[in-house]
Design a protein around this ligand. Sequence first.
Ligand SMILES: Cc1ncc(COP(=O)(O)O)c(C=O)c1O
Length: 359
Amino acid sequence: MILLNPGPVCTSQRVRNALLRGDMCHREREFSGILDGVRKKIIQAFAPIGDYTTAVITGSGTASLEAGVCSSVSEGKKLLVIDNGVYGDRIARIATAHKIDKVVLKCDWFEQPDIAEIEEAVSKDRDIEVVAMVHHETTTGLLNPVHRIGEIVKKYDRAFLVDSISGLGGEEIDLVNDSVDICIGSSNKCIQGLPGLSFVLIKKTELDRLRSIPARSLYLNLVSQLDVQEERSECPFTPSVQTFYAFDEALDELLEEGVANRIKRYERASGFLRSEFKKLHLECLLPEEICSNTITALNLPHGMTYAHLHDRLKERGFVIYAGQGQLNAKIFRIANMGELSMQDLEAFINNFKEVIKNF
Ligand SMILES: Cc1ncc(COP(=O)(O)O)c(C=O)c1O
């Protein structure tokens, strides 16, 4: 199956073979070596300059997102959530689950948020301690203006938390220049590992503040996860050892390809898909300037249901993705994350054309 959904993605043979490195006890030094290596490679790939550290958590992206959110807002302080999609809303829901006071700026799903509105919200409320936003809103494929929001957060001396679960490896982000203090990623998606691990990149200057916040969760406490990984080269709880093997291999692949080249590869792939869709007169949900490199959201062909399109393509070996939330009945999404060749994408387009022709 060629997976054109935004994770789990198609992985390379090399990553899948890594699962077979054998059984291993996570309290032995061999695992410590893998954990240290994985953490080092994450920093090398995404925060090569600036003083960042990282904690890897066994759990999907949401686990690290929840750890980041519930560990970063002090009691009596607030989280400002910029919400322009399902994943922005998820940040707000995490805050609600942990009884964290929050201000939610509900923004249009089809355009970038209004910078002036965000500046006003941050400047007028001294209690806002952390501003949270999704980098690449997977719901629509919209890229949020991380740099411009980072400037505001820095200007008012607050902390900036970015969910880059579908961004890291696929979109440019410069944690130092974009003033990001806490950044969440996943082993899967654009990093092309297997699902099941996620990580939080943390600016070291944030750590004293984080240490002063009473734990809201035992498992998802960023400080305790990080301390055990730094001090003992271990995970506090049983990690998914084999998923670590695959993540380690996927990070090697990423570093060999180069993050900038990976981003370019995805850009070329989405450029190809979009030009083909344009020829078929299919309507993109978003203007091109704010589209990510990895998701193309399109209105369904006239009269066709998502189920029909999905099922016919699946019979031909391609898995596409539905719209979420308010877009469920109207759109379909094509993700070009993962180990996909141009031949795979050309084959997809040829099959797509036949499905449309036979409708
Ligand atoms: C932007 C974003 N945030 C969070 C998540 C949740 O990640 P997971 O499903 O790995 O928990 C996703 C998954 O698609 C995502 O795209």
